[in-house]
Design a protein around this ligand. Structure first.
Ligand SMILES: [Zn+2]
Length: 392
């Protein structure tokens, strides 16, 4: 919200609060609430002198806290937090909490906002203590899902995956949303990945399996489990996991193919691998599948490989496929033709290298690397390989 917008809200809020106070005067404030508060005029004066910060403070001071203005105070605090003025948000929320007349429900509402303020200010310890205390005293209340969500946000930010898993599991029992289930599965994958780096294969594999129990569509867990099995020399089991990953989400086929090829070569040779590629290409063609098949056909029949590629490019045109075709033509060309093809190949290669390989399906963030958590919108499992003419 812009500063002008904030002032507008403040003006309206102030008048609403003042008007309500006039309309419903309590015994205590009958004598004091008959006129506009002097802080209001002080704020107006600051505003006219372009002293915006002082004006906001004066307006906030002039807005008395009572049951009619409670929501306005809460909204103002949130506006300050969103505007990046965290200390002001904290002051407003702490001021509300200090009021003896606020109800238990209102107190929880303010504490939740205050926890968000602490998190925005980087005061993670304070936020954690407040939320844990709330979680233990707010069981079976309407606030529990929100409290647990904020705790999960906090542990996710700290990368404390074991705590994130513990609270995330409680959260999906309370309020099982698709987003939280997906996120919880990825927390298990993060744990699994850490253990994988330490070569603790058994524990790592268990976490990947737990991720799949939480979210059966978690393609990352299947790919990770296959990597662990591969490291243990259990190639047949790794192949099963990778085939399962291709069923879960065919969009990840470009990541699955090289891993599958490696496992097949160690046990059965290329027979089953080629059959798998052909089947997948019929279901959902992609450049990665076409390239892998061309590579295989080249070993035995170069003409067939080229014919296959041209046919596939007609059905599924991509820049990467076109680059491969020029590469095949180059091998057979000579003289000027070859020189022209080299220039063309280099140009297309530069184009392919410059293109991003991955993109977030939620916010559009592009990248050359696969991030399981989008660096921009922070959602999990939303970054995928790019498909279409410029991608797969
Ligand atoms: Zn994103």
């Amino acid at each position: 919200m812009t500063e002008i917008g904030l002032f507008l809200v403040l003006f309206v809020a102030l008048f609403v609060g003042w008007a309500m106070g006039r309309k419903n005067p309590t015994k205590k404030n009958k004598q004091t609430k008959k006129s506009i508060p002097t802080d209001y005029f002080r704020g107006l004066n600051h505003l006219l002198n372009d002293q915006h910060s002082e004006a906001i403070d004066a307006f906030v001071d002039s807005l008395e806290v009572n049951s009619d203005t409670f929501d306005i105070h809460l909204t103002l605090g949130n506006l300050f937090r969103k505007k990046g003025e965290i200390q002001k948000a904290i002051n407003i929320h702490q001021n509300l909490l200090a009021r003896p007349e606020i109800s238990q429900r209102e107190m929880r509402m303010v504490q939740l906002e205050l926890a968000s303020d602490f998190m925005s200010a980087g005061l993670l310890d304070r936020a954690g203590r407040l939320l844990l205390n709330m979680a233990s005293t707010s069981r079976k209340t309407e606030f529990q899902p929100k409290i647990l969500t904020l705790l999960v946000d906090l542990y996710e930010f700290e990368q404390s995956w074991d705590k994130a898993i513990q609270i995330g599991s409680e959260l999906i029992k309370e309020a099982p949303t698709k987003k939280e289930i997906k996120r919880l599965a990825h927390f298990h994958c993060e744990m699994a990945q850490e253990l994988q780096k330490k070569e603790q294969w058994k524990q790592s594999f268990q976490y990947y399996k737990q991720a799949l129990e939480v979210d059966s569509s978690c393609v990352r867990a299947s790919i990770g489990a296959a990597d662990v099995l591969n490291s243990q020399g259990r190639y047949r089991d790794a192949i099963k996991e990778l085939k399962h990953a291709a069923e879960q989400d065919p969009e990840f086929i470009s990541i699955i193919i090289p891993k599958l090829k490696e496992c097949y070569q160690k046990v059965w040779g290329s027979g089953g691998y080629i059959k798998f590629l052909q089947e997948q290409n019929q279901k959902k063609p992609s450049t990665a599948l076409i390239m892998a098949l061309v590579q295989h056909y080249m070993e035995t029949d170069k003409d067939y490989a080229e014919m296959f590629l041209v046919e596939q490019l007609r059905l599924h045109p991509t820049i990467k496929g076109f680059k491969e075709l020029i590469s095949l033509q180059l091998a057979d060309s000579q003289g000027y033709n070859q020189q022209h093809l080299v220039v063309l190949f280099e140009l297309i290669d530069q184009l392919v290298q410059a293109k991003h390989k991955y993109q977030c399906r939620q916010c559009g963030f592009p990248g050359h690397q696969l991030h399981w958590q989008c660096p921009s919108c922070k959602n999990w499992g939303v970054v995928k390989p790019i498909h279409g003419l410029e991608g797969e």
